[in-house]
Design a protein around this ligand. Sequence first.
Ligand code: CTP
Ligand code: CA
Length: 226
Amino acid sequence: SFFLPTELPLKGKKVVITAGPTRERIDPVRYLTNFSSGKMGYALAEAAVKMGAETILVSGPVSLPIPHGVKVEHVESAEQMLQAVLYHYDHADIVVKTAAVADYRPKTIHDQKMKKQAGDATLELERTIDILMTLGQRKTKQLVIGFAAETNNIEVYAKDKLSKKNADYIVANDVTQADSGFGTDTNTVVLIGKENYVQYFDNMTKKQLAIQLFETILSHEKEVQH
Ligand code: CTP
Ligand code: CA
């Protein structure tokens, strides 16, 4: 898809997108993370630029090229991602939280490499801050869009996240499908919005889906405002 310069749908808008996994340190040589590749978030950043937005990509550690025209900020932990997003939040029009943020982090980060001992070991964990919920609570003019990775009861869990986090939309995907979710180039999602708005998308490339998600959300926003 491409857009004529005169009809760029996100012209004048500031869009902040988070992508990839976070990395929660245990000691200087170890960390906790997840299988997020960053592909969906990077595709959304590329789409936002093509649609005319000033685009900031807050990225966890991934191995993907930075899309042309995107301003990238590299972060590692959930805490660093939170700080980077909050820094841009007041001036943002749209925030998309594509990142797979770690829910837990080690309670202490050891300064030295932990040495093994005889027998089993346990790792004490504590909750990270929910970035999306923090944004939902501090919302002024922003459109806040979250993602949800689910293995079952997708619509129910996604609706629950929408209301609990005060998001405007949740893009939910079934991460058990082979052609969808973590690491794949394609995705199958359901877009959930307020007042029981539900929109199913066919399986397509993450790049195509990124454009369609923005177009669908923008047109639905126009509808509900008029
Ligand atoms: N999220 C976040 N900060 C966290 C955890 C999640 O901002 N500490 C965001 C993700 O970026 C995503 C949304 O919340 O946009 C949903 O993430 P998901 O892992 O599906 O949901 P959780 O609320 O963490 O619930 P659970 O993992 O228990 O299903
Ligand atoms: Ca989670």
